[in-house]
Design a protein around this ligand. Structure first.
Ligand code: GCV
Length: 674
């Protein structure tokens, strides 16, 4: 039930359960997840000398009870609220020496248990007035871009940087369900409740997961179920042709509709709590409704109709753009694409369609504005998609703690200071992220990248959490319980290295929001012009005079007009546009003076020298911390930091040299630019 041998326990080391395991616990209630709660406590009790019972008089130190239990004993009965606690919510209180978790549903008990784990000894000290916890976001979902077959270019996991897949290997299920169960447990402990188990690029073998290989999906669903996680599947829009033998996948064709209805019925016969389908259509070569002259609402509604009788949902991705663009054509703007395709369809989607929108308009760059689609579709259920796997943020070789970026996204107010923020918009709905997990012993390749997975789950539960506080939680669960040395120094070291690591990464890579400048294909390391004359629509337009993309209405692509005021005006204005996004929205001369007072060219030099130096400083901090961490983990992170320092210097030198050669403007501080 716990972590398999040779696999790092991440944020659930046995020691994290010491406080619970050394006490007397009552678990009151039935149902699969209540069993899970009981088993978790029983295992901890066996290790630390406590006890757990399912009934009977106390005394108890901890009571985890369903409100539906016949008689709630003592304090549990006293703190029981009059109103509903809610599906996944729980009430946490402590009175007269008894800590109580009350929930209406077993899922709430499970989340309450993990809350007590997070608190550790603090859960059993003093008094605690009743606190009501419930998730802000209803579906907190991870998408795996895992292939069943090893793809000739993308491998076992597309954009995976942590070894193979935890689910699949060489065309078959990996079969290591103990590992999957350990994964389910980690995910539940940070609040995830939905998972899609295969890549959104659905290749030939993977298309069969929907039909003759459905058993492979069911086996995973059986393992995720006891941890309250529902399984979803990425499907090909062309499934009726590819696996159904029909001549068409036209969404308005009667046979196609019937095919989806039948297939979906069989899915629910096999997996009664199946979550639904994830679809990437008409995007980067994936099939879709355009082939039949239909639009995305026609396509999404087809699948939604098949899923509706069972309460399933379609996550229909809005990542649709022309990846065969002519780079000479300055009028086509990839940033505009999702809005142009989808905003006109607002109101046409069935209510079990969830439009899944990447948080930025392009593609998970270290800095992008928030996608205007998120605010443009009031009559559509919209999910925001984040990327935990570090495709463009250092590929789990660089430390890049992403929670501060996600927090900024979630805190963005599309209608200005008095309006809702993105967290409000996804509240009650869906937050989705691409997983960074593989079969690596540390789960995420870079051991410190575990924090990103943990933080995603926690932010999905409570989008207003402070990233530094989340990091504290993660450190206190992952490292402190088993630490023998100076735990304050351990905490300090990790904060020094991680708190600002996203901004450090931003400093030494592409400047001022312009994005890309990465090696084409694999996307690691610098290549300033790598994408400049390609069909992918990701350009910076640097010449001898200046750099940046003119996306204004006045003289550019008009993308700024996709935002409501005030942002349509703020981004349009050279004077008001935030520095960090300047080159995303404007093409400016190198001598343009930023709001910070620096020129663009000097800003490029300064941030690149600073970013590379900060990476080096992180490396030094880590070396000093030898002895505070498990030696194998320390060695792994040290090797990775060495690579980060090397790569950051490469970024610094290529970016600085490129812009020095283009502009001819020397560094004001006379530093060496190769
Ligand atoms: C799964 C980017 C990535 C692709 C990914 C795509 C997507 O383009 O580079 O690997 O495909 O996004 O989100 O669908």
């Amino acid at each position: 039930m716990t972590t398999p041998d040779r696999v790092h326990p991440a944020w659930l080391p046995p020691e994290a359960f010491r406080a619970i395991g050394s006490r007397r616990t009552l678990v009151l209630g039935d149902g699969l997840l209540a069993e899970t709660v009981h088993d978790e406590v029983a295992q901890a009790s066996a290790r630390y000398g406590g006890s757990v019972r399912r009934a009977g008089d106390g005394p108890y130190d901890l009571v985890l009870a369903l409100t539906t239990a016949e008689a709630l004993p003592g304090v549990a009965g006293e703190v029981r609220p009059d109103s509903a606690i809610g599906d996944e919510g729980y009430l946490l209180a402590r009175r007269d020496g008894v800590t109580v978790v009350l929930a209406d549903e077993p899922a709430g008990l499970l989340y309450g248990l993990f809350h007590v784990v997070r608190l550790g000894e603090r859960a059993f000290a003093g008094e605690r007035p009743a606190e009501h916890h419930r998730p802000a976001v209803r579906r907190r979902m991870l998408d795996h871009w895992d292939n069943v077959d090893v793809h000739p270019v993308m491998g076992q996991v597309e954009r995976g940087y942590a070894g193979g897949s935890v689910f699949w290997r060489d065309g078959a299920p990996r079969g290591d369900l103990v590992r999957v169960r350990a994964y389910a447990r980690l995910l539940a402990a940070c609040g995830i409740n939905a998972i899609s188990v295969n890549n959104v690029n659905v290749h030939a073998t993977e298309a069969h997961l929907l039909t003759d290989r459905l058993g492979d999906v069911a086996a995973l669903a059986d393992v995720f179920r006891p941890y309250g996680i529902r399984v979803h599947l990425s499907v090909s829009f062309a499934s009726p042709v590819v696996v159904g033998g029909l001549p068409t996948s036209d969404p308005l064709d009667e046979d196609v509709r019937k095919w989806w209805a039948d297939v979906t019925g069989r899915v629910y016969d096999t997996i009664p709590d199946f979550g639904g389908y994830v679809v990437k259509a008409d995007s980067e070569g994936q099939p879709g409704p355009f082939a039949y002259g239909r639009d995305h609402a026609d396509g999404a509604n087809l699948l939604a109709e098949a899923l509706a009788p069972y309460g399933g949902v379609v996550h229909w991705r809005a990542f649709v753009y022309n990846h065969r663009q002519d780079w000479r054509d300055r009028s086509t703007d990839r940033a505009r694409a999702a809005y142009d395709h989808f905003a006109p369809l607002d109101g046409r989607f069935r209510d079990n369609v969830i439009l899944q929108v990447k948080h930025g308009p392009i593609d998970f760059q270290p800095r992008e504005p928030v996608s205007p689609v998120i605010a443009a579709m009031p009559a559509t259920r919209v999910a925001v998609e984040l990327q935990v796997t570090q495709e463009y943020t250092g590929q789990q070789r660089h430390v890049c703690y992403l929670a501060p970026m996600w927090r900024e996204v979630l805190g963005f107010r599309p209608w200005g200071a008095d309006g809702s923020d993105v967290a409000d918009l996804v509240g009650g709905g869906d937050l989705v992220a691409v997983s960074n997990v593989g079969d690596d012993p540390y789960w995420t390749g870079h051991p410190l990248a575990q924090a990103n997975l943990y933080a995603f789950g926690r932010l999905a539960w409570e989008p207003r959490l402070d990233p530094v506080a989340i990091l504290d939680e993660w450190i206190d669960l992952t490292f402190v319980p088993a630490a023998t040395g100076d735990t304050e120094r351990l905490r300090r070291t990790l904060h020094e290295i991680m708190d600002d690591s996203w901004r450090t990464y931003e400093r030494y890579t592409a400047p001022l929001g312009v994005g890309f400048m990465v090696r084409p294909g694999h996307h690691y390391g610098p290549d300033v012009d790598g994408y400049e004359y390609t069909p992918w629509g990701t350009y910076h337009f640097a010449d001898r005079d200046g750099v940046g993309v003119d996306r204004t209405r006045a003289t550019g692509t008009g993308f700024t007009g996709q935002y409501p005021p005030p942002w349509s005006e703020v981004y349009e204005s050279l004077a008001d546009c935030p520095d960090e996004l300047l080159l995303f929205f404007h093409h400016v001369p190198y001598g343009h003076v930023l709001r910070s007072g620096s020129t663009v060219i000097q800003h490029i030099y300064d941030t690149h020298f600073a970013g590379a130096e900060q990476a080096a400083e992180a490396g030094r901090r880590w070396e000093e911390a030898v002895g505070l961490f498990d030696p194998a983990l320390h060695a792994r992170v040290k090797d990775l930091l060495d690579e980060q320092v090397r790569c950051a210097e490469e970024w610094r030198d290529q970016i600085n040299a490129y812009f020095f050669r283009k502009s001819g403007v020397p560094d004001a501080h006379g530093r060496r630019i190769p």
